[in-house]
Structure formats: structure tokens, C-alpha cells
Design a protein around this ligand. Structure first.
Ligand SMILES: [Zn+2]
Length: 78
């Protein structure tokens, strides 16, 4: 169970404006696949998010927001 989830990772929500980066919680396997293949993954909160490699999230100034629903659900699993 503890190995199921990776900690918070950068992911761009499909519906968000480019300047806002929402940080969702994703499964480790989904993060790897998303970075390699650019495939969207389902975040803990149920939203689709495309993982990006660390440091690649910002093309210029951006605001990073942790998804509150992901954070809430993740805290329940600990
Ligand atoms: Zn989320």
C-alpha cells in the first residue's frame, strides 16, 4: 500500500491556464509512463493530468498550486 503512491509531482491539469501549474498526486507507474510517453494519467483526485519531468513545468513564470483534493485523499492514506 505504501509503495502505491509517489509523493507530490508536477502535473499540468488539462483545463488549467498555462500560467498555473496544479500539482496532483499520481501513481509512480503513471508518472514514469507520462514522462516517457506524454500520456495523461488519472490523479488521486480523479482528474486527468499529464506528468512532466521535474524542472520542466515552468516555461516562464508560473504559479504552482497543490491540488487540495489530492492532498486530502493522500493524507487519508498515510
Ligand atoms: Zn488532484
Amino acid at each position: 500500500m505504501s509503495a502505491l503512491l509517489e509523493q507530490r509531482t508536477s502535473a499540468r491539469a488539462e483545463a488549467e491556464p498555462a500560467a498555473v501549474v496544479v500539482l496532483h498526486y499520481l501513481r509512480k507507474d503513471d508518472i514514469t509512463r507520462g514522462i516517457v510517453l506524454g500520456a495523461p494519467a488519472t490523479a488521486l483526485c480523479g482528474n486527468f493530468a499529464t506528468p512532466v519531468a521535474p524542472g520542466a513545468a515552468g516555461d516562464g513564470p508560473s504559479v504552482q498550486v497543490v491540488c487540495p483534493e489530492c492532498e486530502r485523499r493522500f493524507s487519508m492514506l498515510l
